[in-house]
Design a protein around this ligand. Structure first.
Ligand code: FRU
Length: 450
């Protein structure tokens, strides 16, 4: 729970810091039954010189906080990065019997440079004395390294360098050579590129590589979202299979940014930061500021109207198997399943007339509308049309099914077999107590938390 916000908005199954600020997830790595989550962290609920906080989970829904893993040092703040489980001990920081976790982070000082740190007990991290491992003297934006196993052996890094990404390769995680670049054409949001990721997925027996890039926050009316490109990676560089302008967002809304995936997990699972830079600093949550969005699986599917697309189902259905009703909401953690065919608006409402709407509009698009969803005093953009009313065309035709996972002040709407997703923050003054079909026809089922 939280005590210093306008009321207790702390979610139950979305990660938040006990106190203080978080932004991007960092260092996502799986080892021996544990999912490790590190994040951009500052001990006060404001952005400041970045640390990496650390938490661990066995189910990706419930997290145990661990000590801060990386503190700012004389060279700079600990900006975003990644971690790998170095099973073969290629770095020499551990042994084959006790492999190290090796993290690569951006040291943000006079310039941005890539550094590594390692742990042999998964909790305590030591910075490498040979840092930086990828030095940089002149580029202003040069950050967020994501280390991946190179398909030809050894390791690769993809990192964001202004309006493009760069690729590097290494055998031992310490010595790196540049192998390629991708960008900047198609950078239609005109913001700086951040937090890339690169991973393979298989469809119809064929391997595709997915390049993820979070981008575009330098115009206040555009916000930032995370795009994915589908293509090939030959161990040196990435090529896109389709024209750039067909690249889509992982999530349609703005409360999902900087998402990256776990190293070494059996499934490809992404966690993203569950808010937007535009209003993150003013969230009315008191002693904590920042959320992680629900971890989601990354899959490729053929869609009737959109061709090859990502489907990103949540890692769990964290609700009862059987519905508990159709209209009353059982608390502030609940699931909804909604079915319909034509246009319909589904509404969550509270006793003060505040409401959150979602559904399918007259144009046949999936939509959400939080413009009347709650407390308004904290940031003008949060309720502006651009940030609060979002819609996206369907990839499927005919009847539709929607799933909403609601957790106190953050929810995810999934549509069209998880090819469309919307992560949304909202702050109703009092809890929503009812769900109703406000317009059109639809069947709603309500599911209580497990
Ligand atoms: C993305 C980002 C990263 C950077 C970090 C700093 O949200 O801007 O590019 O490393 O946040 O906290």
């Amino acid at each position: 729970m939280s005590t210093q916000g306008i009321r207790d908005f702390r979610p139950e199954i979305h990660f938040t810091p006990a106190t203080g600020w978080i932004n991007d997830p960092n260092g996502l790595v799986y080892e021996n039954g544990n999912y490790h989550l590190f994040a951009q962290y500052y001990p006060e609920p404001v952005w400041g010189p970045m640390h990496w906080c650390h938490a661990v989970s066995q189910d990706l829904l419930h997290w145990q906080h661990l000590p801060v893993a990386l503190y700012p040092d004389a060279d700079g703040a600990m900006f975003s990065g990644s971690a790998v489980y170095d099973k073969e001990n290629t770095s020499g920081f551990g042994t084959k019997e006790h492999p190290p976790i090796v993290a690569m982070y951006t040291c943000h000082g006079d310039t941005e440079q890539q550094c590594i740190a390692y742990s042999t007990d998964t909790v305590n991290f030591a910075k490498y004395t040979g840092n930086p491992v990828i030095p940089n003297a002149e580029k202003i934006d040069f950050r967020d390294p994501k280390v991946i196993p190179n398909p030809k052996g050894g390791w690769s890094v993809v990192l964001a360098a202004g309006d493009r990404v760069e690729f590097y390769a290494s055998e031992n995680l310490k010595e790196w050579r540049k192998t390629g670049e991708f960008g900047p054409e198609g950078n239609h949001s005109q913001g700086v590129w951040e937090c890339p990721d690169l991973f393979p997925l298989t469809i119809d027996g064929e391997e595709k590589w997915i390049l993820i890039v979070s981008m575009g926050r330098n115009h206040e009316n555009h916000g930032a979202r995370t795009q994915y490109f589908i293509g090939q990676f030959d161990g040196e560089t990435f090529t896109c299979d389709t024209p750039w302008d067909t690249a889509e967002f992982i999530d349609q809304s703005f409360d999902n940014y900087a998402g990256v995936t776990f190293d070494n997990a059996q499934e490809r699972i992404m966690i993203a930061w569950g808010t937007s830079w535009i209003y993150a600093r003013q969230l009315p949550t008191g002693e904590f500021c920042g959320y992680m969005a629900m971890p989601r699986k990354m899959e490729l599917v053929h869609t009737p109207k959109g061709g090859l697309r990502m489907a990103t189902p949540p890692v769990a259905w964290p609700f009862q198997e059987a519905p508990c009703g159709t209209g009353d909401l059982p608390g502030e953690l609940f699931g909804l399943k909604v079915k319909g065919s034509g246009a319909a608006t589904i509404r969550l409402e509270n006793s003060r007339g505040q409401h959150f709407d979602f559904g399918v509009n007259e144009k046949g698009e999936i939509f959400i509308d939080r413009s009347q969803a709650g407390y308004k005093g904290f940031n003008e953009y949060f309720f502006s049309d651009w940030y609060s009313k979002i819609s996206a065309p369907r990839y499927y035709e005919g009847e539709w099914e929607l799933e909403l996972h609601f957790d106190h002040s953050i929810c995810e709407l999934y549509a069209d077999q998880y090819t469309r997703a919307f992560t949304q923050l909202m702050y109703p003054d009092t809890p929503y107590t009812k769900v109703a079909v406000a317009q059109g026809k639809a069947q709603v089922e309500v599911y209580a938390a497990k």
